[in-house]
Structures are given as structure tokens and as C-alpha cells.
Design a protein around this ligand. Structure first.
Ligand code: SF4
Ligand code: SF4
Length: 101
């Protein structure tokens, strides 16, 4: 990530605010579970009713994220954060992609 990208990340922080999970659900309970997760602010990103699972994003702000400053440990952030690039994640509204449109 170049310096411009780093500045965008410190302003944006979208990918610091979600956790993604795959969850198994009994086929006859799909509607109830989807409603349950949606009312908790989750984003449903994949529904595989025939295979009995969904993928969802749960709102969860990293404890190193500051709404005023962005990541407060940016220069020492974990390796996973360094490797991740929101531009390649179709489920994240990455600021760097938004600017292209
Ligand atoms: S969503 Fe994109 S711009 Fe925003 S913090 Fe993540 S990688 Fe950076
Ligand atoms: S450590 Fe920093 S870059 Fe990583 S998720 Fe938390 S706030 Fe975001």
C-alpha cells in the first residue's frame, strides 16, 4: 500500500468494523435466522440454503480503532491487517474503490 492508500485507510476504516463468519442453519429455520441476524445489524453476504449455511458480516469495531484517528496502531498493526486489501474484497465498501466510481 502506498502512502496515499495509507491515508485513505486512516480516514476510512471500514474493514476495521466488521467480522465475517460462515454459519450453519437448519433449512427450515432460514427465514428466522436471516431476520435475526439482520435485526442485529449484520450484512448477509451469501445464502446457501441447499448446503445449510450462510456467510455474514457482524458489526464489530476493532478495539484499536478510533473514530477520530483511525487505527491507533497503524504503523505496528498486525500482519493480517497489513496483508488485507479492501479493494479486493467484494463485501467491503472500500473507500479506494468508491473513489474510482
Ligand atoms: S476499506 Fe479500503 S480504504 Fe477502507 S480501511 Fe479498508 S482497505 Fe482502507
Ligand atoms: S489493528 Fe488497526 S488496521 Fe487492524 S483491524 Fe484493528 S484498527 Fe484496523
Amino acid at each position: 500500500m502506498n502512502e496515499k492508500g495509507q491515508q485513505e485507510c486512516l480516514k476510512c476504516g471500514e474493514c476495521c468494523k466488521w467480522l465475517t463468519f460462515s454459519v450453519s442453519i437448519p433449512p427450515n429455520m432460514f427465514a428466522r435466522y436471516l431476520n435475526y441476524y439482520k435485526t442485529h445489524g449484520c450484512r448477509i453476504i451469501k445464502v446457501k440454503k441447499d448446503q445449510g449455511h450462510i456467510a455474514l458480516m457482524v458489526p464489530s469495531v476493532c478495539h484499536k480503532y478510533s473514530f477520530g484517528q483511525g487505527c491507533v496502531v497503524y504503523n505496528d498493526r498486525p500482519q493480517l491487517c497489513r496483508l488485507y486489501d479492501g479493494r479486493n474484497d467484494p463485501n467491503i465498501r472500500c473507500q479506494m474503490n468508491e473513489e474510482k466510481t
